[in-house]
Design a protein around this ligand. Sequence first.
Ligand code: PLP
Length: 392
Amino acid sequence: MEEKRFVYADNAATTPVAAEVLNKMMPYLTGEYGNPSASFYGLGQRAKRAIEEARGNVAQVLNASPKEIFFTGSGTEADNMALRWFMHSETARGRKKLLTTTIEHHAILHTAKALEKEGFSVVYLPVDNYGTLDLNALENAIDEDTALVSVMTANNEVGTIQPVEKIGKICHEKGVYFHTDAVQAFGHIKLDVKAMNIDLLSLSGHKINATKGVGAIYIRSGLALEPLITGGGQEKNRRSGTENVPAIVGLGEAARLKGLNMERESAYVTSLSKSLQEKILKTIPQTVLTGHPENRLPGNSSFAIAAIEGETMVMDLDLNGICAATGSACSTASLDPSHVLLAIGLSHETAHGSLRITLDTQNTPEDVDYIAERLAEIVKRRRAMSPVWKEQ
Ligand SMILES: *Cc1c(COP(=O)(O)O)cnc(C)c1O
């Protein structure tokens, strides 16, 4: 048996900051501390230029114009801006209905709930057992009161990628606007806001090897909007507050690197995940892959493992130096398992055995072997102690 290793396999929760990203940020954490709004001297102008370079880099990965990118304090803030700003804006044309799905991140779902309290109506569209939105259901749900459709590009728990291009097309044919929470997808799969008919898109730094506490929103040019945060008028008055220059520079560099390397990286990470899935499904009986078998994020492997609690697995994996996640109950301080697992049709019992392993570029084939081997041991040992386990 191998020595204990440290394997970070929770890259959907956050990613480590890349060395190139930190290097690019360092000057702005030290000598280049100017306020980007201080435009009368070089120190301020250089900070401003650094932000504009980052904006260009983010725009390029999306096939957007730099004018359409606005930096925010997080992916959550971008999601809030997209929904709240939009529903209250002139662009909503007085329409009161928001369509979204049952499997969105809480940044969307809890914002939608808040909008309901403000008098808007929200329809939560169901997904199939793979977590894919039914396009007919979407088409039928859009009516003359619908202002906005918000569907995530890819799911953070089960990894399923939505048919975003088709969703955008339906929205535009029906004359409604389309927002997508691309926090999990940005930098990991190819996105093109023009080809995909996207009007609003949210992204975040810390899911692509930049720092936490920085995100961005793409807003198609021509959309009128009210600012979520008012003040000094930064970000063309859409998001006031002195810019977090180092974090924005880091996000820009991370985006640039993802743009350059996406194809190669996603092929590599996909091969790691496929190998992990094969090993786990082969060695651990009564285990299923959750989410779509093919249309899924390169790094996402999510499972439902019978007769074992997700939080038990995660804690046992931690004792072996492995960081992973579960959508099962106790870990989230709520009594119910994850809304996503229930929405894709898992029973409470099955959802309790959920395990999410998310790999990224820093992981290796040795990590995959180690995770698969340790997980098989853990499940075997726990099941042997379990009164409900019956091997078939
Ligand atoms: C992480 C995540 C968010 C939130 O982004 P933060 O920058 O952590 O606020 C939103 N949506 C999805 C799908 C995510 O995975």
